[in-house]
Write a protein that binds this ligand. Structure first.
Ligand SMILES: NC(=O)c1ccc[n+]([C@@H]2O[C@H](COP(=O)([O-])OP(=O)(O)OC[C@H]3O[C@@H](n4cnc5c(N)ncnc54)[C@H](OP(=O)(O)O)[C@@H]3O)[C@@H](O)[C@H]2O)c1
Length: 301
């Protein structure tokens, strides 16, 4: 039997509606509109799309989005100056610097300069530490979205074998951390794999919950998946795919695919996220959640 679909897009709409109600309540109680500053440096086409999506999602949820678009030639010092002024601005509750930054800008230095109370991506070392100790200010958006997906679909993680493929600071490592933490959506036995892992296929096949965050199109194939497993595909890869058009001619078109070979894996897995419409919409949704959390925390002080 084919796997059931974990509908990230549908769930994202539901959670966004909840956040909108929460924002309205917050504004009514405090007379303060939550505001997220989004900083985009340079002309990366994918980044422009992500930033537009974030801006639209903020507006729909009643969160003010303050856009800062800077040229690719911006220096680390100029960017640091902007970050510091946003840190000092009490009307700004969250700061997001869209990655990747152009060559020549010291990415780590910029991320470290963001006030940890406004660090809605949860990249600051202080926030990474708090997440790892199970007392987060902000949960990193993509792993948080995935955890919500599992929890709200009543997928048990407690005592399950979870395998995460990928060890990036943005997805793989924090995903492992959230699955490991005590409580709902956690308590799993976690293995994190990467490009130096031996016998990756064998390890992946032991997973009750398999999260693929690799950045390699259709990397996870059916033979790497345990029958009935929950498969979460974080990957977003643009590939050229050959199709036959209405005139019977072959042509190459752009297609967005995940890190999982959806067509073969869906025949083995119990649950699976599609790409698009799986993890992506939840990432932006949890960013909204974090922006509101930032506003609540700073107002409560
Ligand atoms: N849907 C969303 O909201 C969302 C959010 C963020 C990212 N993404 C997507 O998720 C994917 C991963 O993103 P990322 O930022 O985590 O990427 P990344 O920083 O490039 O990390 C990729 C990880 O995959 C590992 N890897 C690469 N090749 C491998 C192989 N052959 N076998 C095993 N492991 C391998 C790497 O191992 P090493 O550490 O050994 O190099 C690394 O840890 C990308 O497609 C990205 O576009 C989606």
């Amino acid at each position: 039997m084919a796997a059931q679909i974990l509908d990230g897009k549908g769930l994202a709409q539901k959670i966004r509606a909840e956040i909108k109600v929460d924002v309205e309540k917050f504004v009514k109680e405090t007379n303060i509109q939550p505001a997220l500053a989004v900083v985009l440096v340079g002309d990366n086409e994918a980044s422009k799309v992500y930033v537009r999506n974030k801006e639209k999602a903020c507006n729909e949820a009643g969160i003010k989005s303050l856009m800062y678009r800077l040229p690719a030639e911006t220096s680390s010092e100029e960017l640091l100056k902007l970050v510091r002024s946003l840190n000092d601005d009490a009307s700004v509750h969250g700061i997001l610097v869209q990655l990747p930054l152009p060559d020549g800008i010291d990415e780590q230095k910029i991320l470290d300069a963001i006030d940890p109370e406004k660090d809605v991506d949860s990249f600051h070392p202080e926030n990474v530490g708090l997440v790892s100790q199970g007392r987060p200010r902000f949960l990193p958006c993509t792993p948080y979205g995935i955890q919500q997906l599992l929890v709200r679909y009543n997928i048990e993680t407690k005592g399950k074998r979870a395998v995460v493929i990928g060890r990036s600071d943005i997805v793989g490592k924090p995903m492992g951390m959230l699955l490991l933490q005590k409580g709902l959506g956690g308590d799993a036995t976690v293995t994190i794999c990467h490009s130096r892992t031996s016998n990756l296929g064998e390890i992946a096949k032991q997973a009750d919950i398999l999260v693929a965050a690799i950045g390699k199109p259709e990397f996870v194939t059916a033979d790497m998946v345990k029958p009935g497993a929950v498969v979460v595909d974080v990957g977003m890869n643009k590939i050229k795919k050959e199709i036959v058009d209405e005139n019977g001619e072959k042509k190459l078109v752009d297609k967005l695919v995940g890190d999982v070979d959806f067509d073969s894996v869906k025949e083995v897995a119990g649950w699976i996220t599609p790409v698009p419409g799986g993890v992506g919409p939840l990432t932006v949704t949890m960013l909204l959640h974090n922006a509101l959390t930032g506003a609540k925390r700073q107002t409560a002080k």
